[in-house]
Design a protein around this ligand. Sequence first.
Ligand code: ZN
Length: 590
Amino acid sequence: MYYSDDLVAEVRSRNDIVDVVGSYISLTKKGSNYVGICPFHSDHTPSFSVSRSKQIYKCFACNEAGNVITFIMKYENVTFPEAIRILGERAGITLPEVEVSDEEKRRANKKLRLLEVNKEAATYFYKCLRSPHGEKGLKYFQDRGLTEETMKHFGLGYAGINGREVVEYLRKKGFSDEEIKDSGIASISERNGLSSPFWNRVMYPIMDANHRVIGFGGRVLGDAKPKYLNSPETDIFDKRRNLYGFVFARNARSGNFILCEGYMDVIAMHQAGFNQAVASLGTAFTEEQARLVARYTKKVYFAYDSDGPGVNAALRAIEILKKVGISGRVIDMRPYKDPDEFIKALGAEEFQKRIDNAENSFYFLIRTLHDKHDLNDPEERTAFYREIAQKLCEEFDEPLERDNYMIGICEKYGIDSGKMKNLVIDVASRGVTAETYQKPKPPKREKSNEEDSEKAAQARLLTWITDEPEILDRVKKYISLSDFTDELYRKVAEMVFEGIEKGNLDPSAVIDRFEEEERSEVAGLFQAQLPDTDTEEERKRSFSDIVIRVRENSYNHFCESNANDMSKLKESIQLKKDLENLKKTGVSLN
Ligand SMILES: [Zn+2]
């Protein structure tokens, strides 16, 4: 699916960002902007700012930023073309069909039909739970402590006493056998013809982010196998990309997600008020699911079963989360097995305490190693220590970070830290080399702070120019495009300069010219926080400061990248002189 730039521009221009965002969250006018509570992170203060003149939004707390299209993509969890469709419909723009091939159209129609089959099946299961046949199912949920409200919220159902009734029901609703089969609700067998594998099971409809039923999980009542049965993958049901409970969790204002193992855990947690709980769909946690989670939060807790398989599943999921830059924390539910049992026994408040005290995933890893060894046995103790050393080497490249963890672990398990350090060096010398361990790398953090503030000055300058395009001529006396040391910033600056010169600068359009993952950062450049100034005098001074800061950064970059090039020395000296002069005279705004 592809829409032309013109069409995208029309959709953007006919959906005013303040109106659109205002229909999702409440906004109040403040100065030239509108502010509200950010929907993308947990907050109580209005850090979310929307600019009508620039048609962009930015959150000053979590830095999420973009235009009306990225807002819909993020809020509704949809793709770019889907966002265009939503906004097009909203503005009454007829989207051309010509760009859709017949094959695409057929597939889209098929998807819609499959969604309808699933929706009808969910209705059937839901009614069945409340019919005389469903008594067993209802009792099961009631025994698990679910309220009527919770059952409704999750659309829980019962699959009937045989696999043919649901098929009959769907046929009566006008679906063809092929559609019923393709939806995964039923399959054809020689003995039964078209019939559903779901019977004598309580049913958990699985919804996508838009509240559409895309599949089912069914738990058998009695001893038949398998205990849990899930819909097969279909055109609409991708187990790797969805999470059970996600439809509610994405709007939870908790600022974190809690990963659970099973559907029942998720439901019990939601009922107890933890509506940020999600679970994978009958398979192990996937990288796609990790990326989905990462779009909403970097804070993830594990509430996996505290038995052996649960611990191993948690360890695997921790590794997967690491790949998307999230270090999960593990909720200790002992002596209870799962969140459901825990909450039933000790209540929600106690569970919240366990969340607050959740263990860093590395400590959790070491604890699982600890539990495998009998430390009264000297040999086992040595093995345990070596495993710790091994993990310390594997997990941390930064010696400083590794030392911190090492000290923490040694304290916790009463290990002599000097001995442990020797072990770590020993292990490191076998694997990497002792040198890499002992040679301290320059501390990264300070550098990145410095980079941040360099970039901040460039971002402020871009925002200032966008807000007051008439100053561009002045700015150009001191600043050229090459002074934007970051490549992304330089590209944006180029578009801003060009837009102003042509008299058609549109920040929200600039955003769409970048790759999806760059858009938030680009939007942030148009809405950087400018210093508060009360008087004209202060305003002039802070403008001058920003310009000088950008020039200084540019000079430092020049020196760094030409440090060994003597031929650039003269140029460097001149740049330095200019900079010193500028610092003396200041930059004049008019
Ligand atoms: Zn935010």
